[in-house]
Write a protein that binds this ligand. Structure first.
Ligand SMILES: [Zn+2]
Length: 335
């Protein structure tokens, strides 16, 4: 028995063995109410310091040309025949030396709980469809060696937008994929869309993260030395978000290319907008509008298990292709 300071919404999941790790069980406790303010402040402070460190790391990684090194404490990968072509597979495998850490994909089924999202002409609810797709996609990703999926919600409950981003950052997700179904007054509107954060979002996002940090520092009431480096922080966050958008566009194009083979596309290009769930400065993030639930024909398709499966195929394929072309940086992960 564990005594807890407050009510929680526990989530339990397991991670299959990978590399040096054995079977692992992860027990995540999410508070159902606002956290202890002092604890929250300490955590926020630690987080902002981690963010700063991560932002520097990301920015440097981008500029040094994604130089990589094996994590400490593990034997470096065999250097023999690095130029050899890998065995033919439907998808190019991720370079072997990069697989020694787990790739984590955050899946974000939109809406949930009291927020049904859009509702189709015959009553199909967006929150239900996108959850079904996300659960299936989770299983597919978990079946891939070296990859794990994390859901921002795995049931019919409401999760605030910033909590969705927070959950992804907490597990140091390599990608964030938000899944939705579109709606419009005109029932003729149809097709899938993929969104990434808008370019204008970089500066405003940097400003917001910086503002959060400064607010936290104000609450301490003392002089925060780090505030003197606000300009540096702003620049680094800006750079980090710009890099995020660049990677998100790459991911978005891969996914759009696959999803365009399943059904119609609403727009032939990846679109950019200031969605709140896309604003983690350090995680490539996309929002996929799978189809128009407001279009009677597409509502019928969204309800169809087979169509859902094909959407999942496309999402899985797009994600795998992105990682094959852009292997994530090695880093020491604590899970
Ligand atoms: Zn939605």
């Amino acid at each position: 028995m564990i005594d807890l300071k407050q009510a929680t919404a526990p989530q339990l999941f397991t991670l299959a063995p990978v590399a040096a790790y054995q079977h692992r069980m992860v027990f995540d406790l999410y508070p159902t109410q606002e956290r202890d303010p002092l604890l929250a402040l300490i955590e926020e402070k630690q987080r902002s310091e981690q963010q700063a460190a991560q932002a520097v790391q990301d920015a440097l990684g981008e500029f040094i040309g994604r130089m990589d090194k094996p994590p400490t404490g593990k034997a470096p990968p065999a250097a023999s025949a690095p130029q050899q072509t890998p065995a033919p597979k439907p998808l190019p495998p991720i370079a072997k030396e990069k697989i020694d850490r787990l790739i984590v994909v955050a899946l974000d089924p939109g809406h949930g709980g009291e927020d049904p999202g859009a509702i189709g002409p015959t009553g199909l609810r967006e929150k239900d469809v996108v959850l079904a797709i996300a659960l299936e996609l989770r299983d597919r990703i978990n079946a891939r060696p070296g990859m794990r999926a994390m859901l921002t919600r795995d049931g019919d409950f409401f999760v605030p937008l910033q909590d969705r981003v927070r959950k992804a950052r907490r597990v140091q997700a390599d990608l964030f994929v938000s899944i939705h179904a579109d709606a419009f007054i005109n029932r003729q509107a149809r097709g899938a869309s993929v969104y990434v954060l808008s370019d204008g979002g970089a500066t405003s996002t940097a400003a917001r993260w910086l503002a959060d940090k400064e607010n936290a520092a104000d609450l301490v009431g003392g002089i925060n030395v780090k505030n003197r480096h606000a300009d540096v922080m702003r620049t680094l966050l800006d750079m980090s978000t710009t890099a995020q958008i660049k990677d998100s566009l790459r991911l978005g194009r891969e996914v759009l290319g696959r999803i365009g083979k399943v059904g119609k596309l609403h727009k032939p290009q990846v679109e950019q907008a200031g969605f709140a769930v896309l604003k983690a400065p350090d995680i490539p993030s996309i929002l996929v509008e799978t189809a128009f639930i407001s279009n009677p024909e597409e509502e019928r398709k969204l309800r169809d298990r087979e169509f859902q499966e094909r959407l999942v195929d496309a999402l899985e394929d797009g994600i795998a292709r992105y990682f094959a072309r852009h292997p994530p940086l090695a880093r020491n992960r604590q899970l």
